[in-house]
Write a protein of this length. Structure first.
Length: 77
């Protein structure tokens, strides 16, 4: 039987993988990785409030660099 990680552990894993993807495949892929990762845990399956915030920031051009996106991703909790 595989133990399900806690919500906090899962978000930490998502952030790590999203930042790795951001560094290797760019902004859009890093963002998509974060959203996809959150969808794989029962406690983060529902839309996370920070996703809406990120979508708005992307639309406004506020997450237009790797460093800005990295800081934003690290802010998930």
């Amino acid at each position: 039987m595989v133990a399900i990680s806690t919500r906090k552990e899962h978000i930490q894993k998502c952030k790590k993988k999203a930042i790795q993807t951001l560094d290797s495949k760019g902004l859009e892929n890093g963002w998509i990785e974060m959203i996809n990762g959150l969808s794989k845990h029962p406690e983060t399956l529902e839309e996370h409030a920070r996703i809406d915030q990120g979508i708005k920031k992307i639309a406004k051009g506020e997450l237009d660099s790797s460093e800005k996106m990295r800081i934003f991703i690290k802010g998930f909790n």
